[in-house]
Design a protein around this ligand. Structure first.
Ligand code: UN1
Length: 509
């Protein structure tokens, strides 16, 4: 991969890197330093049309290969991801600002996803089901949907593209992918990986660009399924558009206003550790990051003191440095949003406990980076639903501490009081409380005595309520990228129907 700023990186369409139809280019910037990492073509409607046509054209040949043959291309990528974890992890860190262990974990997660998808090629793919009629065989078969459009976010710029594409490809679909405009260098790198496998032309296509290119993918009539991971605002729009086009589906995974619930029975070492990880890892920029800490009054003061002490001291800094805990925010727009929500919290009655939102000059490693530190406040929980700062996702280290009294039911009620339902954790030593949370918390991803981040790819990843529909990720993406046929074969010459339905044909005579 080239780090030169002179070269303009192309789209990848129909098996080659192409400049495309547009005139405009855009740059990728290191959020820690403002350094330009590369220049990229900005995709247009025509580029997306060509990519979709290439994907459509490649479908038949690709679909005719066996799962196992298709998986061979993915195994090559798996080995590259394993061998080049360090180097690719650094690219991730430079381009999206996550500290280096997270940069590498992103690549490792991608390798795991590819391994799962390629390994799954040799696993059973359906169910043999009994029939009421002994002479009938009944079973389920999966078929690829066709062309899958993938739109991915910047915060897991290698892992999430493979969440979408690895299973989609092994199942026999072809893809058109738009990487996030903040991480086009990771996009370029992934396109180079695909090219090096010799995958047939048109099976994998990438168009670089902004939301307008993403919209073209969503609107393209030949795209059968759209997979989207990103903001709720965009996800809901995509789901709405696609729903109005019969035969097309969308699986969207969006954000959350996730919480860690610390009960009166919590081990506070586990609680504080889990809360710091949940709120500040990735500088609060995971969809699963926690912006709410709901803490029982019996343990509140001690928890608060210990959490605040760590929030005051977590290391913010150069993300390539291994001693850093939090890197910068992705872009200036996010810094502004963070400050706006911090101000809103103050207006809504927050009592601010930690305000490192504007770092001191000696704390920020580079004055061109998007540096911020933790912002932590306590606020009364408001049953009326009017307090926005505890219900809207900020996507930054903006954390509300809320005290509750009473039993586990009350804690879970507050946990559920958000339009979202992605991830959440309970910290408790009491199995009854844990089981109550398991059964009543409205969540797609739930954790006990752990941070609410860090899901593994062999689990379905996705949310409920406003956080998602379908699963564009990990194991369960298979539902979104395949159609199932329920197949019944009669082994007899007689036609016998289920449900006691008569098969006799009676006539007037
Ligand atoms: C995201 O939150 O944006 O579960 C993705 C995790 C990671 C993926 C997070 N495996 O934290």
């Amino acid at each position: 991969m080239s780090q030169q700023t002179m070269e303009v990186h192309d789209h990848y369409i129909g098996g080659e890197f192409v400049a495309g139809a547009g005139e405009e280019t855009f740059e990728s910037e290191n959020p820690a330093s403002g350094e330009t990492l590369g220049t990229f073509r900005r995709g247009t409607e025509t580029d997306v049309e060509r990519a979709v046509a290439a994907a459509e054209g490649a479908f038949e040949e690709w679909h005719d290969l066996s799962h196992i043959d298709r998986a061979e291309y993915l195994w090559e990528i798996y080995h590259e991801l394993k061998e080049r974890t360090e180097e690719l992890g650094e690219t991730v860190t430079k381009e999206c600002g996550k500290e280096i262990s997270e940069g590498k974990a992103d690549v490792v997660e991608a390798a795991h996803m590819v391994e799962w998808a390629a390994g799954d090629a040799r696993h059973p793919h359906g169910d043999v089901v009994p029939s009421e009629i002994p002479s009938k065989d009944a079973y389920m078969r999966r078929k690829p949907v066709g062309v899958v459009g993938c739109i991915t976010p910047w915060n897991f710029p290698v892992a999430i593209p493979f969440w979408h594409m690895a299973v989609a490809l092994v199942e026999g679909n072809t893809v058109v992918w738009k990487p996030a405009e903040q991480t086009p260098l990771c996009g370029q790198t992934i396109a180079e990986l695909f090219e090096s496998t010799g995958i047939p032309d048109g099976v994998f296509n990438m168009v670089q660009g902004y939301g307008d290119a993403g919209s073209e993918i969503v609107d393209a009539p030949a795209v059968d399924t759209v997979l989207f991971t990103g903001s709720a605002e965009v996800g809901h729009e995509i789901a709405g558009k696609v729903a109005s086009r019969p035969g097309t589906t969308a699986a969207c995974e969006m954000g959350g206003k996730n919480a860690v619930l610390v009960t009166d029975q919590a081990d506070l070492d586990v609680a504080v550790h889990s809360a710091v990880m949940s709120s500040f890892k990735t500088t609060g920029q995971r969809c699963v990051s926690s912006e709410r800490l709901i803490v029982h009054e019996d343990v509140y003061e001690e928890f608060k003191e210990r959490f605040v002490e760590l929030a005051e001291s977590v290391a913010v800094g150069e993300p390539l440095d291994e001693s850093t805990f939090m890197g910068p925010l992705i872009e200036q727009r996010q810094v502004e949003r963070f400050h706006e929500y911090n101000a809103l919290a103050r207006e809504e009655g927050a009592d601010v406990l930690v305000d490192r939102a504007e770092l001191d000059a000696e704390e920020a490693p580079d004055d061109r980076g998007n540096w911020v530190g933790p912002f932590v406040y306590e606020i009364d929980y408001d049953d009326a639903g009017e307090t926005r700062c505890i219900r809207e996702e900020v996507f930054a280290p903006h954390v509300a501490l809320m005290k509750y009294s009473g039993d586990i039911e009350r804690g879970v009620e507050i946990q559920n009081d958000t339009p979202y339902g992605l991830a959440g954790a309970i910290i408790s030593e009491d199995y009854r409380q844990i089981n109550y949370f398991r059964d009543h918390a409205e969540l797609g991803l739930a954790y006990g005595n752990l941070p609410c981040i860090g899901a593994e790819v062999q689990l379905p990843f996705g949310g409920v309520k406003k956080s998602g529909n379908g699963y564009p990720s990990a194991r369960e993406v298979i539902e979104a990228v395949t159609e199932r046929t329920a197949w019944t074969l009669n082994n007899s010459k007689d036609i016998e129907m289920a449900q006691g339905l008569s098969a006799d044909i009676t006539t007037d005579n």
